[in-house]
Design a binder for this molecule. Structure first.
Ligand code: KG4
Ligand code: ZN
Length: 338
């Protein structure tokens, strides 16, 4: 007998619902929120309001696409945190009400662990998945972590950012250049026409397996500001080179520590996850480094890089196997629970 789980993701600015049958995704609907782009970042109040508007249509659509009825579901999994409180509350409250109405269990999911477990979404056994233990570089808008994964339930952080996340570095550089939010995909696209060596931004130097990206943002800001004084057209003329140069240093920084983590642990199954793993330069760097270091590299399908409920559903499936259910008095958390 297979297990059917509804996954709900509402931690930031995407409302998403997915249906999974064991490890196979039957539907994964994501409703983005355009409303934030003109503010250059996510406005929490607007995000929770948009989640309230989106959640029922998104779940309806997921069930329709999966071609299943509500009463066939075995459980509902939802993102408990980390994320924005108002946004998390929408998904959490909905999951509770849904589970009460259908008399099925609720499963609480950590968003960052779910990004990693997205690698285990598969139609059948033929898909190659990471072997345990493996290392995952989780890079998103709010987090940058090197995580050792011993099994689907045991995660330990080997290193993480002490300030900004890698995605934030992309987004802030884009904002400085007057580009829309989220900036990561825009910088990625612009980079393709630019020279990554055009500008030399210093690689952050930080000990152990940790990261720091706030200094990089400042040096980018100062450089752009100084050049604009000399030439008001500077950004317009140099935007591809600026994008390629900042992307280059972010990727190199990410890769340096990932290589170190692989060396220190002797682990050769290396994965990447989170929104920034959609970046074409990072994906290329991983493949190339993987070849030279004889790693088994795991890069998620684009659909599962940025926020989605499919990853919540697969994480829910693993907890379902252990009957690890939450109670009705569960509340969201905004910061990482690792
Ligand atoms: O995982 P995610 O969707 O949300 C969080 O959990 O934060 O990650 C969003 C982040 C944003 O900072 C966005 O700019 C970045 O992922 N991102 C990218 C690309 N696509 C999304 N960064 C660089 N290159 C991309 N192609
Ligand atoms: Zn995320």
């Amino acid at each position: 007998m297979s297990t059917l789980i509804l996954g709900i993701e509402s931690s930031c600015d995407d409302t998403s619902a997915a249906v999974i049958e064991d490890t196979k995704i039957l539907a994964n609907i994501v409703a983005g929120q355009e409303v934030h782009s003109k503010y250059g970042g996510v406005v929490p109040e607007l995000a929770s309001r948009a989640h309230q508007q989106n959640i029922i249509p998104v779940i309806d659509q997921a069930l329709k696409q999966a071609n299943i009825q509500k009463n066939q579901l075995d459980a509902v999994a939802f993102t408990r945190g980390p994320g924005l409180l108002g946004s998390l509350l929408v998904g959490t409250s909905f999951a509770k009400a849904f589970s009460l109405a259908l008399n099925i269990p609720i499963i609480e999911i950590d968003h960052m662990k779910a990004h990693i477990l997205a690698h285990f979404i598969r139609e059948d056994e033929s898909k190659k998945v990471p072997s345990f233990p493996f290392i995952c570089l989780t890079v998103s808008g709010g987090h940058t972590q090197i995580v050792k994964v011993d099994d689907p339930y045991t995660f330990s952080i080997l290193g993480e950012t002490i300030d900004d996340a890698a995605g934030e570095a992309f987004d802030k550089a884009a904002k400085i250049m007057g580009l829309p939010y989220p900036g990561g995909p825009v910088i990625d696209k612009l980079s393709k026409e630019g020279d990554p060596k055009a500008f030399n931004f210093p690689k952050p130097r930080i000990s152990d397996l940790n990261y720091s990206f706030s200094g990089l943002k400042t040096s980018f800001l100062y450089r752009v500001r100084d050049e604009l004084k000399k030439d008001p057209e500077f950004i317009e003329k140099e935007k591809a080179n600026l994008a390629a140069s900042i992307q280059h240093v972010i990727i190199n920084t990410l890769m340096d520590k990932l290589i170190l983590a692989a060396e220190e642990t002797g682990i050769r199954d290396i994965a990447v996850a989170g929104g920034v793993s959609a970046n074409s330069g990072l994906r290329k760097a991983l493949v190339e480094t993987g070849k030279s270091k004889s790693w088994n590299v795991f890069i998620p399908d684009f659909e599962f890089t940025t926020d989605n409920a499919a990853m919540i559903a697969i994480a829910g499936y693993y907890k379902f196997l252990k009957k690890d259910f939450a109670s009705q008095d569960i509340t969201p958390y905004t910061r990482s629970s690792f």
